[in-house]
Every structure is written in C-alpha cells, then in structure tokens.
Design a protein around this ligand. Structure first.
Ligand SMILES: Nc1ncnc2c1ncn2[C@@H]1O[C@H](COP(=O)(O)OP(=O)(O)OP(=O)(O)O)[C@@H](O)[C@H]1O
Ligand SMILES: [Mg+2]
Length: 226
C-alpha cells in the first residue's frame, strides 16, 4: 500500500492559554499533488504551514510525514526530516543580503555537508532552471522582486525536496511576475512530481493548483479540486 506523503489527523494548535488557532484539522496529501490554501488573515494558514514544515509542533493531534509521526521526533530529527524532504519559499524571500545569488542558493547544501564543487554545480543548475543563469555573482539587492523570488525558489529546490511549502510566494509581486513564478511551480509539479502546498490570498493564483483547501477560523471550510 502506498501511504500518503502527508496525513494530518485531529490537529490542534494553541499558542497561548486562550482559543486554539487550529481546531481539529484533518486531511491527507498524496505525493505529487499541487494544493492551494486560502483563508482570511488570521485564519491559521501560516500556523498550519509551520507545522507541515516541521518548524513548529501541534498542541494535539497527529501529523504524519512520510509515515513518521512528527510528534515523536526530537528537534534534531525534525531538522533532518526538514532538510531532507522540504523546500521553503516565503513572501519575504529571506535571502542573505551580503552573499551572492549562487552562495544563497547553495546554502542548504552546505548544511547537507556537500563539497564546494558539488554545491556550486548544483546552484548553477538551479539558477539556470529559474532563468537567471547569468546573474550568479550578483547580490540580492541588485535584483527585482520577481528575480529575488526566483532565487528563493532555486534555493528551495537545490536539495531536490519532495515537498515545497510556499507561504504567499507572490504576495509582493505584480500580476505578470506572479504568473511567471506560478509557471515555475507548475513545471516543477508536472515534470518532477514535486508536491507543492501554496498559501495565497489571490483566487487567480490558486487556480494554478489542482486542489483548494479553504481555512476559516482555524478549521477546514472546504477541500475540493480547483
Ligand atoms: N507565535 C504566535 N503566538 C501567539 N499567537 C500567534 C502566533 N502566531 C500566530 N498567532 C495567532 O494565530 C492566528 C493565526 O495566525 P496565522 O499567522 O496562522 O494566520 P494566517 O492565516 O497566516 O494570516 P495571514 O493571511 O495574515 O498571513 C492569529 O490570530 C495570530 O495572531
Ligand atoms: Mg500567514
């Protein structure tokens, strides 16, 4: 039996001693899916993404990633799982300002213990894949917002993750640039079968996904094909 990549059951998250932010979340996501998550500000989308990314843990319930119950893992084991399986793309890019684009993209490989030559070769390949092959020695502030987001995507892909988690990756970008970024995600999903979970406020962006989960007040409001 092939198990789902992600299985979330009865998940709750409570930050403070008041109302929970996530309340009884249940879903499975198979390897190769492209899922959009929408919902009002404060509905719990980023909280959910942080848990899916093993950056935070649930208060109750279970999150199985590749069949491993993340609640039973310590922080080192979670970090290993994160580094091996997941690439992150966030709205603010989070690029290191004083490092070249190539060094930014290669950084996750440094953590993975790869040689300098291997890191450089892979970073160059990724930069080419997002259409910026010529710009490797530039600094992030010498790029447009859309180009910076491409670099962030290249960095997320450099470890060949099974899962990409993108929290409002087009939130700062104009319509055309957003479409370009979404084409990169679509290609990754179609050609390399990378599972993508993407949070967005924009209905047009969500239509690029194949499945749409709507979150409302910390609960799943709907979950259906786009
Ligand atoms: N570290 C934290 N400590 C306490 N409360 C938090 C923390 N992080 C988030 N919250 C609260 O949890 C709720 C959900 O926040 P979350 O960031 O998940 O929302 P969101 O759906 O991503 O919103 P947005 O669309 O604005 O990004 C909010 O009420 C927020 O104030
Ligand atoms: Mg958010």
């Amino acid at each position: 039996m092939i198990r789902p990549l992600i299985c979330v059951t009865g998940l709750y998250k409570q930050y403070l001693a008041n109302v929970p932010v996530l309340k009884d979340i249940n879903f499975t996501i198979e390897g190769g899916e492209f899922v959009a998550i929408m919902g009002h500000s404060g509905s719990g989308k980023s909280t959910l993404m942080n848990i899916l990314g093993c950056l935070d843990t649930a208060t109750a319930g279970h999150y199985y990633l590749e069949d491993r119950d993340t609640a039973t893992l310590n922080s080192d084991e979670l970090a290993l799982l994160r580094n091996n399986l997941i690439g992150f793309v966030f709205q603010g890019f989070n690029l290191l300002p004083r490092s070249s684009l190539l060094d930014n993209i290669a950084l996750p490989l440094l953590y993975a213990g790869k040689s300098k030559a291997a890191r450089r070769a892979k970073a160059l390949e990724m930069l080419g894949r997002v259409g910026l092959a010529e710009l490797g020695e530039r600094l992030p502030n010498q790029l447009s917002g859309g180009q910076q987001q491409r670099v962030a995507i290249a960095r997320a892909l450099v470890t060949d993750p099974k899962l990409i988690l993108a929290d409002e990756p087009t939130g700062n970008l104009d319509t055309q640039t957003s479409e370009d970024i979404m084409k990169i995600f679509e290609t990754m999903n179609a050609e390399r079968k990378i599972t993508i979970i993407l949070v967005t406020h924009e209905p047009d962006i969500a239509t690029h996904a194949k499945r749409l989960i709507r979150v409302k007040d910390g609960q799943i409001d709907s979950d259906k094909p786009t």
